[in-house]
Design a protein around this ligand. Structure first.
Ligand code: UT7
Length: 329
């Protein structure tokens, strides 16, 4: 019996940072940001909006849609690179806020691919038997806390937010929904091209680290761009051929929202018509592990999915990590 997504939820902070605001902060223009990235604005969390708080709002919405009580959850997995604290995990902090007493909880770190990794882990754990039945998976980021607001190469790209899904074994054999296939991959040889150098045990925080802003994101954008397109296309093709459907049957491609040029290149090369490629990058920028979850929730709540529709999600991020997941709604 397949495992399916029975609820989605998302949350973004209310504060909007537009491209014109950034023009006052670094040497950039609205025109450059719009044409090179597709981003018009992004959401920025305030001090009280911790990742666990954003995750809490998204999770409550997903649980409500699923008609599920938090205390019935068997597991809570949070995908994030910007957890509330180094320890404990944000998943444990979320557990307390949700009242998910029965669940075991942990974070995973696969950067922008985190939600797809976490969904696959939950799917496999539920599929293995009767031990676990209900999972909450959240992708959440407060990237504003690790953004170098003086670096125009990166600060125009990122935003904050959370996307959540609830997974459960489908209840009847007449239900055709479920997660059909996933392809996850990594290549640590590219670890340095997208990183936060300091704050871990290799380079603990010092005054020098803070002065040089080494606790913020460093990225070789063009290198990441090329690898992102190639690997996401391969991962998408892999799951499509594994399931054995034609590309024309896919209702929505949900790509990680990093750059409109990457999104369009992936859509074109996989062969999915532009109107079936979901984009909300203009409103939120790159929210890393949250991006696919926020997009899926928007699609569901706008009524853009019918029962039985095929949805292909793909993501790419630091590690490098990437993947694709094909599901049926
Ligand atoms: O989510 C994880 C995965 N991340 C990604 O997928 C990001 C992938 N990379 C990208 O999206 C793009 O590479 C960027 C948006 C980061 C950069 O776009 P690009 O077309 O690759 O630009 P570039 O880095 O080659 O820079 C072109 C020029 C440079 O100036 P010169 O050297 O040609 O004079 C940059 O200094 O654009 C300049 N530039 C800017 N100018 C105005 C870079 N950032 C800005 C800016 N405003 N914000």
């Amino acid at each position: 019996m397949a495992i399916k997504i029975v609820g989605t939820g998302s949350h973004v902070p209310s504060r909007i940072l537009g491209n014109h605001d950034l023009e006052k902060m670094v040497d950039t223009t609205d025109e450059w940001i719009r044409t090179r990235t597709g981003i018009l604005e992004r959401r920025i969390a305030d001090a009280s909006e911790t990742p666990s708080e954003m995750a809490l709002h998204a999770s409550r919405r997903a649980l409500e849609m699923a008609g599920m009580d938090a205390k019935d959850l068997d597991m809570v997995i949070v995908a994030t690179v910007t957890g509330d604290r180094i320890i404990p995990s944000t998943a444990c902090i979320l557990q307390k806020k949700l009242g998910a007493q029965k669940a075991f909880c942990f974070d995973i770190q696969a950067a922008c691919t985190g939600l797809l990794y976490a969904i696959d882990i939950a799917n496999a754990m539920i599929a293995q038997g009767a031990k676990y039945k209900k999972a909450l998976v959240v992708g959440v980021e407060k990237l504003s806390s690790i953004t170098d607001w003086k670096d125009r190469n990166t600060c125009v790209l990122f935003g904050d937010g959370a996307g959540a899904v609830v997974l459960e074994k489908r209840k009847s054999s007449g239900d055709i929904g479920g997660i059909l296939a996933s392809k996850l991959a990594s290549n640590g040889c590219h670890a340095d091209i997208l990183q936060v150098p300091a704050g871990g045990s290799e380079m603990p925080m010092t005054h020098e680290v803070l002065d040089q802003r080494l606790h913020t994101i460093r990225m070789e954008g063009q290198e990441v761009f090329k690898l992102a397109v190639n690997e996401m296309v391969k991962a998408c093709n892999h799951v499509i051929s594994e399931v054995g459907i034609s590309v024309g049957e896919i209702r929505w491609l949900i790509p990680h929202q990093a750059n409109i040029r990457i999104i369009e290149a992936v859509g074109t090369r996989v062969g999915i018509a532009r109107e079936r490629v979901y984009v909300n990058l203009d409103k939120y920028g790159n929210t890393s592990a949250a991006s696919v979850g926020i997009a899926l929730d928007e699609i569901v709540r706008k009524g853009l999915l019918q029962r039985g529709d095929y949805v292909l999600a793909t993501a790419f991020g630091s590690g490098l990590t990437w993947g694709a997941t094909l599901l049926r709604w």
